[in-house]
Structure formats: C-alpha cells, structure tokens
Design a protein around this ligand. Structure first.
Ligand SMILES: [Zn+2]
Length: 373
C-alpha cells in the first residue's frame, strides 16, 4: 500500500537522532515557514534556503525543505516582498512549501555534520572538540518472573538500554523471591485473589540515557507479563555520552602540510582553500568544525590538534592562531553541503523501513557565495 508520510512524522524521524534539545541556546531551529500538519510526497534536503533553492523546490514539486542553515536567523520586522528575503518567504507560502531548520542540533548529535566531516577526512578515534551537552544516565531495575526473563531483557535492550561503547544489551541479573496478594478486581497472571503468592523472580538491571527512559519503560511494560510491573529508576552520577561542536581525531597516517591540503581538497571537492601556517610541519591530529571556527581555536590547541579545519575565520583570529602556532585550513563554510546526501540517505532509509513512499531528494544548487578568480 502506498502512502506518504506527514511532515510531522518526517520531522519526528529526524529528531529521533537530532533532538531539539541538542541545539545551542538561541539557535532558531525547527519550523520556519509553513505547516508541519500536511502530507509530504517529496522532501528536499538543502544547506541554505536561497531563492534559487526555492525555485528548484517549486520546479520539483517539493512539499518540505529540511535545511541546515535557518532561513530566518534574526527576527524580521516586516516581510517586504520587494526584498529577496521577502520574495523567498512569499514563494514558499504561495507554493505551500514548508521549511524546517536542523542547525546546531544536527551539528551536535553524534550522527551529524561534524561526524560526517570527520569521516570525510578519514579521522579515527574521534572525540568531541567542545562539549555542549552531556546525557544524564539512569539505572533501571525490573523484577520479572523467570519464565519471561529473556523476553523482557531483549525488549529493554532493543529499546536502547544497556548500550555501553560497542556493546549492546548489557545487563545484570540476580535471583530472588517476589511476593504479592492479588486483591479484588484483579486478573493476576499468577496466583489467586486474596492469597499471598510467592514467585521466583529475576531482577534485571541495566543502564540507559535519561533521554530514552520513556521508550525503554514502555517496551519493558509491553514485554512484561504482569498487570502491575515492579521496577525502579535511579538517577546516576556516572558520566553520560558527551556531545558538542566539532570533532578531533587522528589521520590514518602522518602528512606534511602540502599533502594534508591536497587530502582536504579531495575530501570536500574544493579546488582552493586558505591556509594559516602554524608551527607544525607534520600533521597527525586534526580538529574539524563545519561552520564558523573562530571560537574553536583554543579548544583545538588545548586538545593538541596540529591543524584546525573549518569554514570561516576572521583576520584577527587567524593572527591569534598563528601566534599560538596552530595551523588552520579554511576550506570554506560550504563544505557542510555534505549534510545533503548524508541526511537524505538516513531519512530515505527510515521512511522505507516504515513503508512510506515519500521521496527524499537533495538540492543540487551550489550555494557557496565565494568564487576564486
Ligand atoms: Zn554552517
């Protein structure tokens, strides 16, 4: 059966791995123009929402644009359709095209822009460059009759509990006796009304991020045979996964600066880039930040980067980096266009898995404003 997903549903798929709470404060992510309450036959992934991109969307009969850079970044005082911004908004509304922005939430998530850039540079052992979010951890312990031990263990594991490093379904079990007396009006799985029942039970304990508690508890209840499930949730002081802006990691092999520059050009398909030469002639440890890299010069230095690859660097910040001996490779902000194909592939797969026929396309417009002459 063919069906197309609603805009709201598509956004819920996106927010399942790039939730809004990961965005940097003040970043105007989310719905920007139009409505999410509509069916979507075609969604287009774009880096920027320029007029040429909107024309491409109109031509391609697109219902929803998911863009990395917010169309409306600063508050507008008016929508004057004689200005280019006003014209873009007018075209979007007249053609019933919704615009949704996934900006710093898509930078910060572990499945997002900075990770994709690091992958493209073939960096290994990557870590977050500048932490902006730390997941809180919770311990779940649930009491299950022996007969249903594995069923519940798999259900909570499949929902994401017990995911530690490269291991999934981590848990601990201990045996004991559970007691209960079914009262009037109950239909107990085991035992009779009014009689104290003793049951051999297993306590299953597992760790999970606070952000998925609801999903895990609901999966646990579904798999559990009891009407009233006995379980506890404890907040933990253990550190959860750190997320943030930028990545730092190692190259597969050491490179001289010229070789590294060629490596970056190939990785991002750019013909020219600007280099601020620091003191290291051998490059091994690389920091990468997709957009404006000005604030990440010192984090890159503190984490021992030989080079910072980024998009926008101001003249005076370039001096600071040079004085500190940090090499910067400014490959242009447009290298973030990698998000178009990556996000397209992820959403396409998720929609297909859920049997939706909504088509996902990427914008083919190059929105880099800079030309080398
Ligand atoms: Zn950007």
């Amino acid at each position: 059966m063919s069906k197309c997903a609603s805009a709201q549903y598509i956004i819920s798929l996106l927010e399942s791995f790039a939730p809004k709470k990961l965005a940097i404060e003040g970043d105007p992510i989310g719905l920007q123009v139009g409505s999410l309450n509509k069916p979507v036959k075609k969604v287009m992934i774009a880096l920027d929402v320029l007029e040429s991109v909107v024309d491409e969307a109109i031509e391609g009969k697109v219902d929803l644009i998911i863009a990395h850079h917010p169309l409306l970044y600063r508050p507008l005082k008016k929508i004057d359709i004689s200005t280019s911004k006003g014209k873009v908004i007018e075209k979007l509304i007249k053609n019933d095209i919704t615009v949704y922005a996934a900006h710093t939430n898509l930078d910060v998530t572990s499945l997002g822009v900075n990770e994709w850039l690091a992958d493209q540079l073939q960096l290994t052992s990557t870590e977050v460059l500048s932490t902006t979010y730390e997941d809180k951890l919770v311990k779940l312990s649930v009491f299950v009759p022996r007969t249903h031990e594995d069923q519940v263990r798999f259900a909570i594991g499949n929902a994401g509990a017990g995911h530690i490093g490269n291991y999934s379904h981590c848990s601990f079990s201990s045996n004991g006796i559970g007691t209960f007396t079914p009262l009037e009006g109950t239909t107990p799985f085991i035992g009779k009304q009014g009689e104290l029942e003793r049951v051999e039970e297993v306590k299953i304990e597992s760790i999970l991020p606070e952000s998925i508690v609801k999903v895990v508890v609901s999966a646990m209840k579904k798999a559990h045979p009891y009407e009233e499930v006995a379980y506890d949730l404890y907040p933990l002081l253990n550190k959860g996964e750190e997320l943030g802006i930028g990545k730092i990691g190692k190259l597969p092999k050491e490179m001289g600066l010229q070789e590294f520059v060629e490596h970056v050009k190939t990785a991002f398909g750019v013909s020219h880039l600007r280099v601020i030469k620091g003191k290291n002639s051998i490059i091994k440890k690389v920091a990468v930040v997709g957009g404006d890299g000005n604030k990440y010069i010192y984090p890159a230095l503190h984490k021992g980067a030989d080079v910072l690859v980024t998009g926008d660097v101001y003249y005076h910040n370039a001096h600071d980096a040079q004085e500190e001996g940090l090499t910067i490779v400014d490959a242009g902000h447009h290298i973030e266009q990698i998000m178009k194909i990556k996000l397209k592939d992820i959403l396409e797969q998720k929609l297909k898995n859920n049997k939706y026929e909504t088509v996902v396309v990427e914008s083919n417009i190059i929105t880099d404003p800079f030309t080398f002459m």
